[in-house]
Design a protein around this ligand. Structure first.
Ligand code: NAD
Length: 303
């Protein structure tokens, strides 16, 4: 079994990004600028945003952290998005999810200008990804592709089972794995909460991508010998022995599954770190105008 070391890969990619930033600055361009917006003060969301902001600093990006009160109205948040959409000094921005219940998440994601949507959640970017056109690919699936690519894991002709069909992980992941691309060209099965006899599918899989959010759900008896297993799940579980008071568990029973598979990504130290790096890659693409020209001005009221 080979461990897919997300920490090592993320570090490598950060060095590559930092080198590009240096070159951009030396050629007279300004540093890429990412803005992260957090509504409320949820502990896990704050940790994610802090890690994104810290990673920006590591690669030489400018980053701005905007924290808004939990009781902000939907219109106030839309106005903030409008400002960021039209601010030429901002290359990309993210609105950390989940949002408080009184705010319509779909409306908020639709208001983000596609060219600044470095999370890749806007339907324009999802559509481009689906059609294999250039655009921002959402960070977690993009990070998984990078893992498969950098570990030279063959995907063509393989059977990939994705567990979970969420808009941010399972669904885009399954679309990406079947694309005529490298990594890609898989035969894909999507399993979800209504799938009967899930093991029937996972036992046939050459590649399993587990993204359901249920700790240690995927057990060794569900995995074919030699399979590649990517663990996306992150669940906080109380652990008084830790300084933080909790530990992170993945969706895979790592101890037993790792003895059976060819490659496995751990939690922590796997997909989570790649997700942050993908966001940096998308921001760099935004700064370089790789997918969209910045001339468009966006007005939320006209959507
Ligand atoms: P979600 O709750 O939106 O979706 C979960 C999916 O799992 C659903 O599609 C559901 O149908 C499926 N599911 C639930 N129970 C199931 C079961 N018993 N059998 C088969 N399918 C089942 O979650 P999400 O946003 O996709 O996140 C999934 C997990 O990945 C969570 O633990 C989350 O914290 C983690 N996550 C990690 C990263 C990262 O960077 N590593 C990024 C995003 C999400």
């Amino acid at each position: 079994m080979q461990l897919i070391d997300g920490k090592k890969l993320a570090q490598e990619i950060k060095i590559e990004i930092a080198d590009e930033v240096k070159k951009m600055v030396m050629s007279g361009k300004r540093t890429p600028h990412l803005v992260a917006v957090l509504v409320g003060d949820d502990g896990a969301s704050r940790t994610y945003v802090n890690s994104k902001v810290k990673s920006c600093e590591e690669v030489g990006f400018k980053s701005t952290f905007i924290r808004l009160e939990r009781d902000i109205t939907e219109n106030e948040l839309l106005a903030q998005i409008n400002t960021l959409n039209n601010d030429d000094a901002v290359d990309g921005f993210i609105i950390q999810l989940p949002l408080p219940k009184h705010i319509d998440e779909e409306k908020i994601l639709l208001a983000i200008a596609p060219e600044k949507d470095v999370d890749g959640f806007h339907p324009t970017n999802v559509g481009r990804m689906t059609l294999n056109l250039p655009g921002y690919i959402s960070a977690t699936p993009k990070g998984i592709l990078e893992m498969l690519n950098r570990y030279n894991i063959e995907t063509e002709g393989k059977h990939c089972v994705v567990i979970g069909r969420s808009n941010i992980v399972g669904l885009p992941m399954s679309l990406l794995m079947q694309r005529r691309s490298k990594p890609g060209n898989c035969t894909v099965t999507i399993c979800h909460s209504k799938t009967n006899d899930l093991s029937k599918y996972t036992l046939q899989a050459d590649i399993i991508i587990a993204a359901l959010g249920k700790p240690k759900f995927l057990t060794a008896d569900m995995v074919k010998k030699g399979a590649v297993v990517i663990d996306v799940g992150i669940t906080r579980v109380d652990d008084p022995s830790k300084k933080s008071g909790f530990k992170l568990l993945g969706d895979v029973d790592f101890e037993h599954v790792s003895k059976k598979c060819s490659y496995i990504s751990p939690v922590p130290g796997g997909v989570g770190l790649m997700t942050v790096v993908s966001l940096l890659q998308n921001t760099l693409s935004a700064a370089k105008e790789e997918f969209y020209a910045k001339s468009m001005s966006f007005d939320v009221d006209n959507l």
